[in-house]
Design a protein around this ligand. Structure first.
Ligand code: MN
Length: 496
């Protein structure tokens, strides 16, 4: 079976998403590396930008076939030819609702359009895939007639689109089984997620021998989106043991890239690539996973290029917290440890998300330790502007010794974080794995909350900064996280 990725066409039709050609190219190159068979790069007739993007992608010499969508009109076909894409996804509506209300045509006219357009596109050397729009709400006999007309006109493959997500897994099996009886060119499946069944329906179609699967990264797409490529791939690997050409270890980073460039954030509990997909907080789960990952990890994080994260929180088990404290050289007495757990749970019950920095602060208070932080920010300077590269310099005290660092970045926050990293770089290979920001209140003077995940070797920590200024909030978060990673009470006197 083959994958057609339509992140750059159907996915880009997500409300609020508009990609510039350079960013479309970056995503296309990544999809090519990931191993999809066909990249639907855009809709050449829609705008100059779309034409530019499709052309740019088409001339890269990618391994994947590059396709442009277009309607069944001569103008749209000409645009695809002009773009240099080898393939056209020719969209023709087949339901009476679409034919009458949208096209204002008759079934007979649509048959004629299909024949003429497929012939015209084929005569100009295009690979043609016919996408029957709203196919799953079309009269089945008529749909088959449209497809047969296209086949007679030389179409390469056909895809009945479940444009409004109207299939169920049972209906999908029935629908495609019937279709395969009469249509003898490769058939594709194109599902939308209005009822949350896009992935299940896609897999149902593949189970009856459908040759090509349309999907998007992160399930992007109009309304509730399209079938999510990463979910289908991992399900096929896990449940059907299918040996696909997809480099699954690139799925997580591809998802991140698409999320970043489209500005569409993933829900944390998104399957396969969500922030929480490989995060464990509850004590029982953490203990299980640490003993044997199979207990609560149906998908190995490495399969999709992700890493397991154990989060602190009120559900954290004593083992996880004890482990965290031991990493910092803290050995509380049994009584102190009970008190620490108690305070963590109280904080969680108040609705606060507990960061590793909070766990450290609680432990230090309970154990009567000075809590002197290894890293202090003494001074931060940054400059930026529309013609000035964002530059920041910091003066830090690291174990009471002064260090300086300066760096540039894409903006003040990036520059400031880079400067801190530069200042402590040699001694501490700490990487920033995740950076999330949200405004707590409205307005330009809103309080912003920055949460960071930092990693040093196998250890990740979370820390938060809350301020009115985003650069300062970011500094607070990063330095507080670094302080957790750098805290080491080993060899220092601790009260028993
Ligand atoms: Mn669609």
């Amino acid at each position: 079976m083959k994958f057609l990725d339509t992140t750059l066409r159907d996915g880009e039709q997500t409300p609020g998403v508009s990609l510039i050609p350079e960013n479309k190219l970056r995503i296309a190159q990544r999809l090519d590396e990931l191993g999809v068979d066909v990249i639907e790069a855009g809709f050449a007739a829609v705008s100059e930008g779309e034409m530019e993007a499709v052309s740019l992608i088409a001339k890269q010499g990618l391994r994947a076939e590059v396709s442009s969508a277009g309607r069944g009109t001569k103008g749209d076909i000409d645009a695809v030819i002009k773009s240099g894409a080898s393939t056209m996804s020719m969209i023709i509506p087949t339901s009476d609702l679409h034919i009458e209300c949208k096209l204002r045509k008759t079934r007979e006219q649509v048959l004629k359009i299909t024949e003429d357009c497929v012939q015209y596109a084929k005569a100009h050397g295009l690979v043609v895939e016919l996408l029957a729009e709203d196919a799953t709400r079309s009269d089945f006999a008529y749909l088959t007639k449209v497809f047969q007309t296209a086949v007679d006109a030389g179409v390469d493959r056909v895809t009945p689109c479940d444009t409004v997500g109207y299939l169920t897994p049972e209906r999908t099996v029935e629908f495609f089984t019937k279709l395969k009886e009469s249509i003898k060119v490769p058939i594709g499946v194109h599902c939308h997620n209005d009822f949350g069944m896009a992935v299940a329906n896609s897999i149902a179609a593949l189970s009856v021998g459908v040759e090509q699967c349309h999907a998007t990264i992160n399930g992007l797409g109009e309304r509730a989106g399209n079938a999510a490529l990463e979910e289908i791939v991992v399900a096929l690997r896990t449940f059907y043991k299918l040996d696909l050409n997809i480099k699954t270890e690139l799925l997580y980073s591809t998802s991140q890239l698409v999320s970043r460039l489209t500005g569409i954030h993933l829900q944390p509990n998104k399957a396969v690539v969500g922030e929480n997909a490989f995060t464990h907080e509850s004590g029982i789960h953490t203990q299980g996973v640490l003993a044997n990952p199979l207990t609560y990890e149906p998908i190995a994080p490495e399969l999709v290029g992700c890493k397991r994260r154990i989060a602190s929180g009120k559900h954290s088990g004593s083992n996880a917290i004890r482990n965290d404290l031991a990493n910092m050289g803290l050995k509380p007495s049994e009584e102190q440890f009970k008190e620490i757990m108690q305070r963590i749970k109280e904080l969680g019950d108040k609705g606060k998300s507990i960061m590793d920095a909070d766990v450290l602060a609680i432990a230090e208070t309970v154990m009567g330790l000075s809590g002197e932080k290894p890293i202090w920010l003494e001074e931060l300077t940054f400059v930026g502007g529309n013609k000035v590269t964002a530059t920041a310099s910091v003066r830090l005290k690291v174990h009471r010794k002064e260090v300086w660092g300066s760096a540039i970045g894409v903006g003040p926050v990036d520059a400031a974080i880079n400067a801190v990293k530069a200042a402590i770089a040699e001694a501490e290979p700490i990487t920033l794995e995740q950076y999330n920001v949200k405004a707590i209140t409205g307005g330009t003077d809103a309080m912003v909350e920055v949460v960071v995940h930092l990693r040093k070797g196998n250890r990740t920590v979370t820390a938060m900064g809350v301020r009115e200024d985003i650069v300062k909030a970011s500094m607070d978060a990063v330095i507080s996280g670094m302080n957790v990673l750098k805290t080491d009470y080993n060899g220092k006197a601790q009260k028993p």
